[in-house]
Structure formats: C-alpha cells, structure tokens
Design a protein around this ligand. Structure first.
Ligand code: SAH
Length: 346
C-alpha cells in the first residue's frame, strides 16, 4: 500500500501543524481531531464541516485504521462477545457484560499473550503484537454502541481483562485510557476503569510514579511462590516478594485499595496453608479478593475447588477484615468468560 500515515497516531498538536503546513488554519486540526476521537469517525467523508477538497487531501495522506466487529455472539445471560478484526486482519476479542445497573466492557490489550498461565486459553495463542491506542479505544466505542442499542444505556465500566497483559503494552494502554477519560474522547471517569495484571513489578511502580487514577487488579491465584510458579511460570522471574514490594509502593503513592483475582482449584491452592499465605500477603494494604469461578478450558487438568474449600477462603478472609466477593462467570456458553478468549471459530 502507499505510504499513508495512520491519522490517529497523531496528537492534536501534530494535526494542527499538518494543516498549517498545508496552508490551512490550525483550527481545522481541532475539528478533525474531534471527528476522529469524540465522534469516532471511521471515514473522512462523514466530516461534514470540512470542505470536500480538504477531505480529499486527508484521504491522500492518511488512513483511519479502525477495527471492525467481524462477529458478535450473544450469551443466554445477555453477555456479548465481539470478534474484532484489526487493519492487518488479526483478531482480538472483547466482551460486554451487562448487570442490572451496569454495562462493563472487557477489552484486549494485545493480540495473543506472551505470558504462560497454564489455566488460560489466551496463553495458548502466541503473542502477535501489541494493540495500538486507537485499537483499544475502538473496542470500547463498539461496546458503548452495543450497550446503547441493546440495553438503552451507555457503557459504565471498563476492565482490561481481555486478551493480553496490559502492563506489557503499557504506553499504548495508558494512551488509550487518556483518550477514554479525556473530554476530547469519551469523557469517562478513570474510577470506572480497572487494569488487571498478572503482576509486572517494574510497571506497577511506574504506574504509581505517574499517579494514575484508575484501579488496579492483580491476578494472584496463589501467595506461595512454588505454587504460583507451577501455574503461572513467569512468576519464577517476577516472584511474589518483588510483586508485594511493588504493590506496597503503589499503595503508598496512590492510597488505592488493591483487588486480587483468585481462582481456587482442587488440589492446587485449596488448603489451609494457601489461605493463610493469602491473608499474610494482603496484610500490607486494604485489599479486596475476588474469588472467580474457574472456566474449564481443557482436559480437566484444572478443576474448580469444592464449595467447602471456597467457603473456608471466604470465612478466613472476612475474619481478617479482607473484603471478599465470590464472582459467578458470565458468558460461558459463548467462551466469553475469564480465560476463555481464544479466537475460537464458530
Ligand atoms: N494478563 C492480565 C489480563 C487478563 S485478565 C491478567 O492476568 O490480569 C484475565 C483474568 O482471567 C485473569 O485474572 C486471569 O488470571 C483469569 N483467568 C485466566 N484463565 C482463567 C480461567 N480458565 N478461568 C477463570 N479465570 C481465568
């Protein structure tokens, strides 16, 4: 293809400069920027307050690499999964999760994932590339549109819990969040956004230094190094001590409660020593533990623990003043639940 630039890789300043250089007003840059971000225009043709001549000039110089929802599946519980095609034909998935009062978008940050969590379907896809800020933004816009269409309300929350490890695509994830929260974009409050990480200590500290305003969730699954490494092998490089230290730093800077995602599996982390280790791990900062249901992805190597084991977790955490919730899976029938995103063809 010709050498056209991705127009959404430009800042508003750069767009203004482009117009000035081409003998137009800087103001034109602002107008086009609004079309691109606030109004999510995916073609220059729709920019009706821009002259035809200018639109043609934009067409000659730039492309808009918008994503396309290739396939939409609806679960019996109302959950919607989008297979999203990127400009280079790679696919990622995003999920709309409705409750009585909320619509949450679960978005992807990478094509595939470079981590190797043994219980996660996405881990079986090779990481192909990082998503660009506008590709993350477009997933959110698509879900916002679906929320308005099917549930008569705008999107209310965003979780970075789709495919990929957001902190391994840190700059683009932050740029996307900046646009999502900016009045020049969707104007959403960062308090309604949660970034979930398997725990990359260096990046958690960087986030703390930058005083980000969104929430942090950590996929912990075990507070014992040996166990965690056996199910999340990268833990051998970023062990629990360095994770805890980074989280302590995060809490000292942000004073934001930390949420842990945690699945209890039979014979892996369902014993008293596992619970005690979790309680000890959580002690340094106000914490919330989401006990999430296991969504089977394979031959039965991993099995959800018994209700008794889960009850024991709940009781012990509560008696140690740790907030705990037991979360039911959503969208299981369409492979849209946690850990099931794997671009499965239907
Ligand atoms: N890489 C980031 C973002 C992905 S979030 C992270 O790990 O946090 C996806 C969440 O689903 C994580 O908490 C992950 O541990 C969890 N998960 C993965 N596979 C799962 C499965 N089969 N059942 C339930 N939860 C799973």
């Amino acid at each position: 293809m010709e050498n056209k630039k991705d127009i959404r890789a430009l800042t508003q300043e750069q767009l203004k400069e482009f117009f000035v250089k081409n003998g137009d007003k800087a103001f034109r840059g602002k107008q086009v920027y609004e079309w691109l971000w606030q109004k999510s225009a995916y073609s220059f043709d729709v920019m009706t307050n821009i002259s035809k001549q200018t639109r043609e000039m934009l067409e000659d110089n730039f492309v808009i690499n918008n994503v396309k929802v290739d396939q939409m599946q609806r679960s019996s519980d109302g959950t919607i999964k989008n297979a999203v095609r990127l400009y280079d034909d790679l696919i990622v998935e995003s999920v709309l999760i409705p409750t009585k009062t909320r619509t949450t978008a679960c978005v992807s940050s990478q094509v595939g994932c470079s981590l190797d969590c043994r219980f996660c379907a996405t881990a079986r896809l090779k990481r192909m590339r990082n998503l660009k800020p506008d590709e993350i933004y477009d997933q959110v816009v698509a879900i916002d549109n679906e929320s308005r269409l099917y549930f008569d309300r705008p999107l209310s929350n965003i979780v970075f819990m789709g495919m990929g490890e957001p902190l391994m695509n840190y700059n683009n994830v932050l740029k996307a969040i900046e646009k999502i929260t900016s009045p020049e974009g969707l104007g959403m409050s960062p308090k309604r956004i949660t970034v979930s990480t398997s725990g990359v200590p260096k990046m958690i500290k960087k986030m703390a230094d930058e005083e980000v305003k969104f929430n942090l969730a950590v996929s912990l699954h075990s507070a014992i190094d040996e166990v965690r490494t056996s199910i999340m092998p990268f833990n051998a490089n970023f062990n629990l001590e360095s994770l805890r230290e980074a989280l302590e730093y995060w809490y000292a800077k942000t004073r934001n409660r930390i949420t842990y995602e945690y699945v209890v599996w039979k014979g892996i982390n369902d014993g008293q020593k596992d619970i005690d280790a979790l309680v000890r791990f959580c002690r340094f900062a106000p914490s919330k533990v989401n006990l999430i249901e296991y969504n089977p992805i394979d031959d039965g190597e991993f099995q959800q623990a018994s209700n008794d084991a889960i009850d024991k977790y709940v009781k012990t955490l509560e008696s140690n003043n740790i907030v705990v919730t037991v979360r039911r899976s959503r969208g299981k029938d369409i492979d849209a639940a946690c850990g099931q995103l794997a671009n499965k063809k239907v």
